[in-house]
Design a protein around this ligand. Structure first.
Ligand code: HBI
Ligand code: FE
Length: 277
C-alpha cells in the first residue's frame, strides 16, 4: 500500500507524533480523566435515548451486544466482542488518516476509532470526528454480519480505486456509512454514524420535511456531491443491508468509466444551518 504523504495533520487536533507505520496509536495508557468519562456518559445517555426511537434495529442490537457502559470504552475489550461476531476489531487512531491507510484498515476488518473525545463545550458541535462519533456512531453496526461484510468489501474497493475515482467512492461512504437511512415497517430509520451521533441531525433526518429522502441507488449516490458541516439536503434510503453489500460487487472500473461520462448531481441547495455533531 503506497503511503500518502502525511495529510495536513498540522490543522488536525490529534497527536500524530507517536503513530505506528499504519497510522494507529494505543488508547492513553493512563486511561481517561473524569471529565472525559463524564462527556462520554452525557453523550451516550442522550444519543441512546434518541437511537431507541430513531435508529434501525440492527444498530440497537449491535449497541446492546457491545455492552457499552458509562465509561469511555476499552477498544481491546470491545474488539473481542466484535471479533467473535463478525471478525472485526477496532484500532486507535489520532484522528482522520489518509484514505489509503483508512481503506487498508477496512479491507482487513479493522475499524479506526479516534482515541480522544471532545471537550464539554463541544458537546453539540465539533469539526472533526472524535471517539464518541467513531465508536457510538460506527462500531455497533460492525456487529451486523451483512453490514460488516459491506464495510470490508468497501475497503477493498477503496484500496483498488485510483486517485481519479476515490471521490466517487467517498460519496458511497458518505451517503451510507455516515448519513444513511434504511426502510423499516415503522418508516425510515437511521443507520448512518454521522446522523446517530448527532442529536440535531437525528431529529432532522427523521422528522424534518426539508431534506429529500431518495431510494438508495449506487450510481445516483456516486454522482451526488456532498457538503460537510451542513445538515444534509438529501438522504438515501436502503431497502436492506444486502442491497448495500451488492453495490460493492459490481465491475468498478466499468462503473467509474460510465459515471465519468454522466453529469454530477447537486446535493440540493445548501442550507446555511451548521451541522451539529
Ligand atoms: N480517517 N480516522 C478516519 N476516519 C474516517 O472516517 C476517515 C478517515 N480518512 C478518510 C475518510 N474517512 C474518508 O475519506 C472516507 O471516505 C474514506
Ligand atoms: Fe464517521
Amino acid at each position: 500500500m503506497t503511503k500518502h504523504p502525511l495529510p495536513d495533520t498540522a490543522g488536525l487536533r490529534g497527536d500524530y507524533g507517536a503513530m505506528a507505520a499504519d497510522w494507529t496509536v494505543k488508547q492513553p495508557a493512563n486511561g481517561y480523566g473524569a471529565e472525559e468519562h463524564d462527556t462520554w456518559r452525557t453523550l451516550l445517555r442522550r444519543q441512546t435515548l434518541l437511537a431507541q426511537r430513531h435508529a434501525c434495529p440492527e444498530f440497537l442490537d449491535g449497541l446492546a451486544a457491545l455492552r457499552i457502559d458509562e465509561r469511555v470504552p476499552d477498544f481491546e475489550r470491545a474488539s473481542d466482542v466484535l471479533e467473535r461476531r463478525t471478525g472485526w476489531r477496532i484500532v486507535g487512531v489520532p484522528g482522520l488518516i489518509p484514505d489509503d491507510a483508512f481503506y487498508g484498515h477496512l479491507a482487513a476488518r479493522r475499524f479506526p476509532v479516534t482515541v480522544w473525545i471532545r471537550r464539554r463545550d463541544e458537546l453539540d458541535y465539533l469539526a472533526e470526528p472524535d471517539l464518541f462519533h467513531d465508536f457510538f456512531g460506527h462500531v455497533p453496526l460492525l456487529a451486523n454480519p451483512v453490514f460488516a461484510d459491506y464495510m470490508q468489501a468497501y475497503g477493498q474497493r477503496g484500496v483498488e480505486a485510483g486517485p481519479a475515482n476515490v471521490h466517487r467512492l467517498a460519496r458511497l461512504y458518505w451517503y451510507t456509512v455516515e448519513f444513511g437511512l434504511i426502510r423499516t415497517a415503522n418508516g425510515p430509520k437511521i443507520y448512518g454514524a454521522g446522523i446517530i451521533s448527532s442529536a440535531k441531525e437525528t431529529l432532522y433526518a427523521i422528522e424534518s420535511d426539508v431534506p429529500k429522502r431518495l431510494p438508495f441507488e449506487a450510481k445516483r449516490v456516486m454522482r451526488t456531491a456532498y457538503e460537510i458541516d451542513k445538515l444534509q439536503r438529501s438522504y438515501f434510503v436502503l431497502d436492506d443491508f444486502r442491497q448495500l453489500f451488492e453495490a460493492t460487487q459490481v465491475d468498478f472500473p466499468a462503473l467509474y468509466a460510465e459515471l465519468a461520462r454522466l453529469p454530477e448531481l447537486p446535493n440540493g441547495p445548501s442550507s446555511p444551518t451548521a451541522h451539529a455533531a
